[in-house]
Design a protein around this ligand. Structure first.
Ligand code: BG6
Length: 282
């Protein structure tokens, strides 16, 4: 714990055996590693900063209660930059899968930006070739509604971004942040990334696949109650401006985010929001 260079508040490991594991940094409950038979599926920048303050550049970031720029707080909200708690330590289930649960509640820091009570629970289940994420947001306020956007921003580890093919966007409208938020409709059944890409696809189907992950495998993403999908790669010029990202790393990652990115979720007092996503290596 802790060193001159970094303030590491701790990590939690889910180990399924056969070199299949998942590591969560309690800073932001950021999933910083998912290995299947020794093969790393997530990208974390070699320049990522682990100072307990900045969002970790890579892995799976928990974005809440704001996706994107925020007038009253940091971009992508505060959940990815605060310490999370372990609700349930990693436990091996009878079928060999391993699960653990994390949570955060409002603090003086969160209320200084967003003056609401909340409870956010994040359960991860590691299977043989799958990683499942279960998200619950509870509104404990007596009178106030809460509104939020939410995303699991995932940096996937790919050997060559130019060879990735991503399905599940055809016919969807998208907001193109590289073109002053112009709204268009995706015509392609298979999307390839060949330039700076920053899009929010709306009302995407439950399933996406991404080809040419490490060792040529594909990943299948299945999501429930996460209607939108973000797609981001900074490409060459923007990468140069990111201090916690190496210039050439853009070619080894694609960021995909399942969530409620456009229309906020509205929760009345006492209500709960539940959503989930599963990554499967195929
Ligand atoms: O540097 P950050 O705050 O982690 O954001 C990285 C990117 O995250 C993506 O989700 C956004 O769509 C991009 O606009 C943004 O540049």
């Amino acid at each position: 714990m802790g060193s001159k260079k970094s303030k590491n508040i701790g990590t939690v490991v889910l180990d399924r055996g056969d070199n299949t594991s998942c590591k969560i940094n309690l800073h932001g409950a950021t999933v910083i590693s998912w290995r299947v038979n020794s093969q790393e599926q997530l990208f974390v920048s070699q320049r990522a900063v682990f100072d307990g303050k900045k969002a970790i550049r890579g892995g799976i970031q928990f974005v809440f209660p704001q996706y994107g720029p925020w007038t009253v707080g940091p971009q992508h909200g505060f959940a990815r930059i605060i310490p999370w708690n372990l609700e349930k330590s990693p436990e091996r289930l009878p079928n060999g899968d391993v699960e653990a649960t994390f949570f955060i509640m409002d603090t003086d820091f969160t209320r200084s930006m967003w003056n609401y009570q909340f409870r956010l629970t994040y359960k991860l289940v590691l299977r043989e070739r799958e990683l499942q994420f279960n998200v619950t947001v509870f509104n404990p306020n007596k009178e106030k509604k809460i509104n939020f956007t939410i995303s699991l921003n995932t940096y996937l580890n790919v050997p060559d971004i130019r060879r990735c093919q991503i399905t599940g966007f055809q016919g969807c409208t998208f907001v193109d942040k590289t073109k002053d938020n112009a709204v268009s409709q995706e015509a392609r059944a298979v999307v390839e990334i060949e330039e700076w890409t920053d899009r929010v696809y709306q009302n995407t189907p439950q399933e996406h696949t991404i080809s040419n992950m490490a060792s040529g495998r594909r990943i299948r993403i299945e999501k429930n109650n996460f209607p939108d999908t973000g797609l981001w790669n900074p490409w060459t010029d923007l990468a140069k401006g990111l201090l916690d990202f190496k210039d050439n790393e853009y070619s080894n990652m694609v960021s995909v985010g399942s969530g409620h990115l456009t229309n906020p979720v509205v929760l009345i007092p006492g209500a709960k929001f539940e959503a989930s996503q599963t990554f499967e290596l195929i």
